[in-house]
Ligand binder design. Structure first.
Ligand code: URA
Length: 236
């Protein structure tokens, strides 16, 4: 084999291993298998969050389906007025199947509590439903496969306000490459729903001096939220 071809193959294998560890993902164009697995189009028609969760929890639409422990759908009030959106499950979330339950989640609870918001009254989800190996950034192909699930959740919950936690969530929702610094302290719009961007709690854990700014963001979020008209459905 030609050396340049060998090195291209070696490069591809290294890239794949960096992305997915030791697991191989091979898409099988078997129509029977495809019918059994929840196709996005069929699943996206479900009418309650719980039904939708059941319909998509065995998703194998990207390689992360093979490496995850648990599918992390989202948690909170199905009629929440605010929806917080993070990046992707980490190790604790992958083990428990619930978003933001690790150290970053504890900090998020604290930030919420400081503005008198309880986890149970908001809704929390991520851009990706499955953990990327070693917590690497989500890849564009993974986001492309997964984000329709989040979009459907947003449609079902109809929050008054969306909050993107961190750069990855914000950039993917707003389809931009703006820096987090430029995105904070402003009200954006995602499919006509106001969206505010703040730090990812894991970033605040790493850089403690950002805690006060994260709290300022939370107050900005709450102030804006309280000015929005009430939802027509019951709930906050
Ligand atoms: N980080 C995230 O972005 N989401 C989680 O659920 C946990 C950590």
């Amino acid at each position: 084999m030609e050396n340049s071809l060998k090195s291209k193959i070696a490069g591809f294998l290294q890239w794949y291993q960096d992305l997915y560890g030791g697991e191989w993902y091979i898409e099988t164009p078997n129509p029977a298998a495809a019918e059994k697995r929840p196709g996005q189009t069929a699943a996206l028609g479900n009418s309650t969050l719980q039904q939708f969760h059941r319909a998509i929890e065995n998703c194998q639409n990207c390689p992360l389906g093979r490496t995850r422990t648990k599918f992390v759908f989202g948690t909170g009030h199905e009629n929440a007025g605010i929806m917080f959106i993070g990046e992707a499950p980490g190790q604790d979330e992958d083990l428990q199947g619930i978003p933001f339950v690790g150290r970053a989640g504890q900090l998020l609870n604290k930030l919420l509590a400081n503005v008198q918001l309880k986890r149970e009254e908001v809704y929390i989800a991520n851009i990706l439903k499955c953990r990327p190996p070693n917590n690497r950034d989500p890849q564009p192909e993974e986001v492309e496969q997964c984000i329709p699930y989040l979009q459907r959740q947003i449609e079902m919950i109809q929050p008054k306000l969306l909050v993107a936690l961190g750069r990855v969530a914000a950039q993917n929702l707003l389809n931009t490459t703006e820096s987090l610094t430029n995105m904070r302290k402003r009200v954006w719009s995602y499919r006509e729903i106001p969206l505010i961007v703040t730090y990812h709690p894991a970033f605040v854990l790493r850089y403690n001096d950002k805690f006060d700014s994260a709290m300022e963001d939370m107050r900005f979020i709450l102030e804006h939220y309280q000015k929005l008209p009430e939802k027509e459905k019951p709930g906050r």
